[in-house]
Each structure stands twice: as structure tokens, then as C-alpha cells.
Design a protein around this ligand. Structure first.
Ligand SMILES: [Zn+2]
Length: 332
């Protein structure tokens, strides 16, 4: 553990590629409010790593997702810790969110290094809107086994690709893959086919991998249940990856959310809207631990894309909202 000025800092998994950092005010002996963020970014061109400030916006890889919002969290944390050195705050920074969050937020919560009554995670939405739900990602591998043979003698083998086609025709008939693009619903997308062996052979095995995004827990989701049943009907082996379909959900009636709405309305002069978001975040790990999480962000754009940007004035407003929220929620 290292300490610097008004705060104490712990770094875990220091020797791995995905370390985490936890910081607390020097005299804090409990943690109620978590300020959470990640410093990793998605890949980008070399030029995107030289930030550019233009017309009140900062452009560059990670400016919006989420080094900009994270810098506002850090500043709010330092400002408040300087005023009072026993505030029940934890600043938590991970470095693997873009590749799943398993060694970061998931690890810290599971090992009880991180706890609290509410988390602020500026990693989603737009212009101070609040994310009320995010789909739960799940990867599903449906494996068909056959009997390998030389391609010149197909009668000596059993081709699993034929089994796969028959299964696929059933899932099309059951309309599992269809969606109208508007409704908040589970999506199931065939993403990859892997087969073994070389081209002059009947493969021993073929796998179809689905990218599934759940809107309901996996046990009660009708589309997923139907897909699994069809897999069983066709004698496939089914593997669910460790990406486990955790869904993020927070109630607009939650007391922390209501308090956040008040702080935002006061400072940004804007009543935030609630949005459902098809992508996922580390919010799902907090949801699993029943820690209500405020997923929001200042004004910015082009996440994971070219010309990613964040508005500097909006970042400052965001910092003020965080400080106002924490100051008012100290007696929780
Ligand atoms: Zn992010």
C-alpha cells in the first residue's frame, strides 16, 4: 500500500497486464460510494493517441470512453478527500473493461476488495442520460460431432456439417434469429463457424458460435431456452462460455438514482432521461452484487470510433455533479 497526501492507494495484480487501483481518503474506514472507471481503451490508429483540443472538445482515443469522465471522477475524489480525510469513498480504476472486466471489476468485487452502497460509473449513455438496463452478453458454442473420413469416400463417414444445416433450418423455422430492431429483446446472432481438419476430409466436428445478448435472466429467456432445446434435439454438445449473460438493471425509483437526478438537474439544468442500452459494461458485475450503479456520462461522441471526443465544459459539469451527489449522500 502506498499513500500520497490526502489519500491511500492500493494496487493489485501489479504484475499482470490488467492491474487495478483502489484509492481511499486517508482516514476512511468504510466505503459507501464507489467512483469506478477503466483506463484501457479499444485499439486505435497511432494518431488517435495524440489528443487534440479544438472548439471546447478534446479529441482522441479514450477521450469519451473513458479517460475524460475518469479524470473528472479522480478530480472530484481528490477535491473531496482534501476537504475531509475520512469520507467513505473508494476510487476504483480497472484496466480490462474493454476485454470483459473479468480481472478488474469482477475480481475486485468477488474478492471483496471493493464494496459500497452505490457506484458511479461514467461509461455509457449520452449527455447525462442514465442507463436503466443493459443486455447480458453470453457466448454459446453448439458442437456437432461426426465421423471423419476421406472426402473421396463420404460413405465411410458422417458429416457434422449436414447435422448443422438441419439444426440451422430448425432455428430459422422457430424464428429465433429474428428481431424487428426496435423492441427491447434478446438477440441471438450466429457469429462464427469452426470446423476441424483439412479440405479433403469429412470433419470430425463442427461448431457454431452464437453471440447472445439477453434482456432476461438466462433461465427464463424464451429464445435462449428454445435454442438450447433445438441443440439437444439435434444431439449437439452445448457449451456456454464464461461470458455469462449477466444483465444490468437499476430502478429509476432507487434513492441514489433520485438523488443523482436532483444533482444533475441543478448543475446541468437538465432532467436526465433513462435509456436502455444494447451493449454491456462493468455495471453487470455491480448488479450481481446488488450495488445500484449510476451509469451515465457527460457530452461526448464516437465511442470506439474515429474522432472520439468529449466536451470539456460538460466534463466540468460532470465533476460538479459527482461532488454535489457525494456531499449530499454522506449521511447514507
Ligand atoms: Zn468504457
Amino acid at each position: 500500500m502506498t499513500s500520497s497526501g490526502a489519500v491511500k492507494v492500493e494496487i493489485h495484480n501489479l504484475n499482470s497486464d490488467q492491474p487495478i487501483l483502489l484509492a481511499k481518503p486517508k482516514k476512511a474506514n468504510e466505503s459507501k460510494i464507489i467512483l469506478a472507471g477503466h483506463i484501457d481503451v479499444v485499439q486505435g490508429e497511432a494518431s488517435q493517441f495524440s489528443p487534440l483540443i479544438k472548439k471546447g472538445k478534446i479529441f482522441g482515443r479514450g477521450s469519451f470512453d473513458m479517460k475524460g469522465p475518469l479524470s473528472a471522477l479522480i478530480l472530484a475524489f481528490v477535491n473531496l478527500s482534501k476537504k475531509e480525510n475520512n469520507l467513505p469513498l473508494t476510487l476504483f480504476i480497472s484496466s480490462d473493461e474493454e476485454i470483459g472486466g473479468w480481472q478488474g471489476t469482477n475480481f475486485a468485487l468477488r474478492k471483496k476488495l471493493l464494496n459500497g452502497k452505490v457506484a458511479i460509473l461514467p461509461d455509457g449513455g449520452e449527455k447525462f442520460s442514465i442507463i436503466s438496463q443493459q443486455k447480458g452478453p453470453l457466448r454459446l458454442e453448439i458442437i456437432f460431432k461426426g465421423i471423419s473420413a476421406h472426402a473421396a469416400e463420404p460413405e465411410k463417414g458422417t458429416n457434422p456439417i449436414i447435422k448443422l444445416f438441419s439444426f440451422f433450418s430448425d432455428i430459422e423455422k422457430a424464428k429465433i434469429l429474428e428481431g424487428n430492431g426496435r423492441e427491447w429483446q434478446t438477440t441471438i446472432v450466429p457469429a462464427k463457424i469452426i470446423s476441424t481438419n483439412s479440405l479433403n476430409q469429412i470433419p470430425e466436428q463442427v461448431s457454431l458460435i452464437f453471440d447472445v445478448r439477453l434482456t432476461k435472466p438466462k433461465e427464463t429467456d424464451k429464445k435462449l431456452t428454445l435454442l438450447l432445446k433445438l441443440g439437444q434435439k439435434h444431439s449437439a454438445t452445448i457449451k456456454i462460455s464464461k461470458v455469462d449473460g449477466l444483465i444490468f438493471k437499476v430502478s429509476p425509483e432507487n434513492i441514489f438514482i433520485k438523488s443523482w437526478l436532483r444533482s444533475t438537474s441543478q448543475i446541468a439544468h437538465k432532467r436526465p432521461s433513462f435509456i436502455k442500452n444494447a451493449t454491456s459494461s462493468d455495471g453487470r458485475f455491480f448488479a450481481l452484487k446488488k450495488i445500484p450503479t449510476i451509469i451515465t456520462c457527460p457530452k461526448g461522441g464516437n465511442r470506439h470510433a474515429d474522432k472520439e471526443w468529449v466536451d470539456l465544459k460538460s466534463l466540468e459539469k460532470f465533476r460538479l455533479i459527482v461532488e454535489d451527489f457525494i456531499t449530499k449522500k454522506m449521511d447514507l
